[in-house]
Write a protein that binds this ligand. Structure first.
Ligand SMILES: Nc1ncnc2c1ncn2[C@@H]1O[C@H](COP(=O)(O)OP(=O)(O)OP(=O)(O)O)[C@@H](O)[C@H]1O
Length: 652
């Protein structure tokens, strides 16, 4: 067989064709052109840079040269043939990762770590190729979390133990008698460091624990009364939920501890929870935040919930803006879907969480400060950050079939998941071989309660307490949601939204006319600082009581209601159905997960798990004929990153 010969023109034309066919982002093509324009346009470099850029779009923060050598067709979602067709134009390619590294290191556009740095756009770190900004972000995150994990403080063990015994009194009777009390242990661990990660599935008590941690800090910190505590989350909804749960937990605790600790003062002083964008001071038209190393955040303790949704760039910005003296507590479920943008930061940071990996020194500290003994299974050397990481393991909200289903899916046990779905227990339902019509029926009954209030006129917007009426409609709307895996097609967000609106109109429940109509639920798809609405916010369109005929979109923030004139909202889409990704940080009484007919890299275990765990009382799975559920449960999300290695080898 003739050896392939490099033909740069043919390579460009193949890249353009792939882009025309929608197999490659235009951006990836343009990026490869940009790289080529900066020096010699070596075909191997053109190929590597287009693949690197494309993988960034799939959430990977770098390209493993071993994957490039083996052929990254699967990572790209291509067939082997497609990859071969493209690669042959780049000529004989390096056979393995080392040979790729050697070849790329010789390109002027690539900075090989240790060589002369003149701000080349690509970085070669061992056998990983990076866009410079992701390499910088990973280094920043690795260095910051490792430095923080190493910087443990002196703790008065006896005092901490005394307080923990009070704060977790009666736990043995209400909690799990077997094994250590992970919540108590998490408080002790978090108290000694300037970073702590508390991970766990839904209802495992992450917020319950962090409320006790705050009380503990309040009781033991030298200048407790002046501690500045900030609460934040990636979305407005998650931030509002965090604040509500922490306030509730602290109020319950205040009753329990009585006058020994003025916890109500603490609650009042904490202020509202904010989105990370708002906390960092996002500004229109720039990726740079107002807060950074040179203008750090004014906080002593920062609690970030739903950390699995935080992407690499945001985590780097957050750590950059956090003063070295402040404590960072990350809360989240490591098994949920990773962020939409590149990185899987929480998953990388706590990949050891299940095993523990605690050293003898941590064991001694935990025993002294909390009285908890760790079984041998959790002893090892999981690394520096593992010493500041705790996984909560007992769900208090999720004992029933939804919890069992989530556990089975998370464990990759498809037969067990199917058995739970088929058992016919209340709380879980499986509609197999579904037709779209069945989803429309579910939508009609699920959205019935909010449409009833909207349509009966019993709370006419013009003669009763309008805000209370709006709140009631919004709360009812928030109790039901249809989640999709994909955006397009009959089983995607767009197809289902259209069909549901049509169905509700047919039933006389809605009167859609044009883009905006009374009752239309919308999701904001882009931050808009002018109107103060943010990506992921969900609102409902209702008549404006102050302007006859005008429509406003109302948003619920905790208990508060906020509104914006509909015509001022530019980036919104109808939200009867939404993607599982966008549903993260929310919970609905009844959640319907609709799986599409087409298989694909998007249908993963993490997606199904995240969908199930959005349901608090009722979960309905709607699936096409065949083995789509089993296939999804078997497929794990994979995101290439160098973060774990960097944390292990970070210079500090
Ligand atoms: N040790 C405990 N004893 C009694 N109740 C508890 C305990 N831990 C948690 N709970 C209760 O269990 C419920 C779930 O706890 P919490 O909201 O803190 O979980 P979470 O992990 O933050 O959940 P999510 O992931 O949904 O945010 C709450 O009602 C909480 O009060």
């Amino acid at each position: 067989m003739a050896k392939p010969e490099a033909n740069i023109d043919a390579l460009w034309s193949e890249l353009a064709q792939l882009s025309e066919a929608g197999e490659l982002r235009r951006l990836s093509c343009a990026f490869a052109r940009f790289i080529a324009s900066l020096g010699a346009a070596a075909p191997a470099l053109v190929l590597a840079s287009s693949v690197l850029s494309e993988l960034e779009g799939h959430g990977h923060s770098c390209l493993l040269l071993a994957d490039l050598a083996a052929g990254p067709a699967e990572l790209l979602g291509w067939s082997d043939e497609q990859w071969k067709d493209l690669a042959r134009h780049a000529g004989p390619l390096p056979k393995n990762a080392q040979a790729w590294a050697q070849q790329l290191a010789g390109c002027a556009q690539v900075w090989e770590i240790g060589a002369f740095d003149y701000d080349q756009p690509l970085v070669l770190d061992g056998e990983r190729l990076y866009l410079r900004r992701y390499w910088r972000d990973e280094m920043l995150v690795a260095d910051a979390v490792r430095g923080r994990a190493l910087a443990t403080r002196e703790v008065d063990d006896a005092s901490v133990r005394g307080w923990l015994d009070i704060l977790f009194a009666s736990q043995r009777t209400s909690g799990h008698a077997d094994g250590p009390d992970w919540q108590k242990l998490a408080c002790a661990i978090a108290l000694r460091g300037s970073v702590a990660i508390i991970t766990g599935g839904p209802g495992t008590g992450k917020t319950y624990t962090v409320a006790r941690l705050l009380a503990l800090l309040f009781a033991t910190a030298p200048e407790a009364a002046s501690q500045r505590i900030a609460l934040a989350a990636p979305t407005g909804k998650a931030a509002a939920r965090l604040k509500q749960s922490i306030d509730k937990a602290l109020n319950e605790l205040a009753e329990k501890v009585g006058s020994t600790l003025p916890l109500r003062e603490l609650t009042l002083r904490m202020g509202a929870a904010r989105t990370l964008h708002s906390l960092l001071g996002a500004r229109p038209d720039t990726r740079a935040f107002a807060h950074h190393r040179g203008n750090p955040l004014d906080v002593d303790v920062l609690i970030v919930d739903e950390a699995s949704m935080v992407h690499l760039e945001m985590m780097a910005s957050l750590l950059d803006a956090l003063p070295p003296t402040a404590t960072l507590i990350l809360l989240g479920d490591k098994d949920q879907l990773a962020s939409v943008e590149a990185g899987a930061v929480l998953g990388d940071l706590c990949h050891n969480a299940q095993a523990g990996g605690y050293t003898p020194a941590t064991l001694d500290y935990v025993r002294a400060a909390s009285g908890e003994a760790l079984p041998d299974d959790f002893i090892g050397d999981g690394g520096t950050l593992a010493q500041q990481t705790v996984m909560l393991r007992h769900s208090r909200r999720f004992g029933g079939p939804i919890g069992r289903l989530a556990l089975a899916v998370n464990a990759g046990d498809a037969p067990k998941a199917e058995a739970v779905l088929r058992a016919g227990e209340p709380g879980v339902r499986w509609i197999e071989n579904a037709q779209q019509q069945q989803v429309l029926l579910l939508a009609q009954s699920g959205y019935g309660p909010y449409l009833d209030v909207l349509n009966t006129g019993s709370g006419s917007p013009f003669n009763t307490n309008h805000e209370e009426w709006v709140r009631q409609i919004l709360q009812r709307f928030e109790s039901f949601r249809i989640l999709c895996a994909v955006r397009d097609g009959e089983w995607g967000v767009s197809g289902l939204n259209e069909a549901i609106a049509g169905r509700l109109a047919q039933a006389g429940l809605l009167r859609p006319s044009g883009e905006w109509y009374v009752g239309r639920p919308v999701m904001v798809t882009r931050n808009d600082y002018g109107t103060g609405v943010f990506n992921g916010d969900i609102g409902l369109t209702l008549l404006d009581p102050a302007r006859p005929g005008a429509l406003r979109v109302y948003f619920l923030e905790g208990e508060a209601v906020r509104s914006v004139l509909a015509t001022r909202l530019r980036n919104v889409e109808t939200a009867f159905a939404m993607t599982v990704h966008k549903s993260q940080g929310s919970e609905f009484r009844h959640t319907v997960l609709a799986l599409p007919r087409e298989r694909g890299a998007i249908l993963t275990r993490e997606l199904v798990y995240t969908g199930i765990t959005r349901a608090s009382e009722q979960f309905t799975l709607v699936s096409p004929p065949g083995t789509v559920l089993a296939e999804a449960v078997a497929l794990r999300t994979h995101r290439t990153s160098g973060l774990r290695g960097m944390i292990a080898h970070s210079p500090r």
